[in-house]
Ligand binder design. Structure first.
Ligand code: GLN
Length: 305
């Protein structure tokens, strides 16, 4: 496996030229678009890796899976009274469907509108407690006790997050988002700014692949039914408005973030974490997708095989 991963890193580096790092959050533009890394963790907790796997980057909308799990643990499927289950087919930060349809319900928990609503549903007495719960679940899912927020990225999001502010105020006006908009957004910007590496992503994916049980500690982290729901949303909505294409070309549950990370959960087989900061037009890692195409093809991982 390590040989295959090294070959994958070398064969896909060239694709970085075809995209750009995210710049709309200025701090993210500092990432080197030519780095790339890949980690695989199987159900026996064997770890395989290649490339720039120790580099830290922010989790961005890969955190949407974590908050979804917390909201499900807090409210059960009542979560879906507020947020739908359908792919939107629009860019992740689009306001188009939100303002067009009668119910104004965000289409799914993976787009920004849905994710911000989900964050508002994570139970806590105050915003400090809410972000602590999110960080705690990321620590438990990844088995990494040293997870922290990158305050430079957080401040950068705070300065430039007006699109997210407009989404949140609109949702508040429609009685979908509850609580103080400022507090909810503060948590949302912080959750997106949590730092992880490819090992953390692969471990999160492995825990979900292992029915919600950590392959590191052997402890149940996520109820089985919510691990299943998380993988379903990863599959249908995890790669933004490219989820259908990814389902056909790669065929595994995956969640992407604008930092260039993608984590995947291959049921009962493995978790995969990849990094490649150069993004395509939809906001997905170009190198990351190419790496996953080769790996899934070589190892016959498509869930419909
Ligand atoms: N923090 C980013 C935003 O709100 C997350 C987006 C993403 O990773 N798709 O725009």
């Amino acid at each position: 496996m390590n040989n295959l991963l090294n070959k994958i890193i070398n064969d896909t580096k060239i694709y970085a030229n075809q995209g750009e790092v995210a710049t709309y959050i200025p701090e993210l533009s500092k990432m080197n678009k030519n780095i790339s890394g890949i980690v695989v963790v199987d159900m026996e907790n064997n770890i395989y890796s290649a490339g720039d796997t120790n580099i830290k980057f922010t989790i961005q909308s890969m955190s949407n899976i974590v908050t979804l799990i917390l909201a499900l643990m807090d409210h059960g499927e009542k979560v879906f009274d507020k947020v739908g289950k359908e792919p939107s087919g629009d860019p992740f930060n689009s306001l188009k469907r939100l303002t067009n349809i009668n119910t104004h319900k965000p289409f799914n928990p993976m787009i920004n509108a849905g994710s911000i609503t989900i964050t508002s549903m994570v139970k806590a007495n105050n915003k400090e407690e809410r972000i602590e719960r999110i960080i705690k679940l990321i620590k438990d899912l990844s088995g990494n006790k040293d997870i922290e927020i990158n305050m430079d990225v957080y401040n950068s999001e705070l300065k430039t997050g007006d699109k997210n502010r407009s989404i949140a105020y609109f949702l508040k006006d429609k009685n979908i988002l509850e609580g103080e908009v400022c507090d909810v957004l503060d948590t949302y910007f912080k959750q997106c700014s949590i730092e992880i590496n490819c090992f953390d992503l692969a471990n999160i994916g492995a825990t979900l692949a292992n029915d919600g049980i950590s392959t590191i500690s052997g402890k149940r982290i996520v109820p089985s039914e919510y691990a299943t729901i998380a993988k379903a949303f990863m599959f249908t909505c995890g790669m933004y408005d490219d989820s259908g294409e990814f389902a056909v070309e790669v065929g595994i549950p995956a969640k992407s973030g604008v930092s260039g990370g993608i984590f995947c959960s291959v049921p009962n087989k493995m978790g995969i974490g990849v990094l490649g900061p150069s993004l395509d037009k939809k906001g997905n890692s170009i190198v990351g997708i190419e790496m996953l195409k080769i790996l899934t093809n070589e190892k016959k991982l498509c869930i419909f095989n």
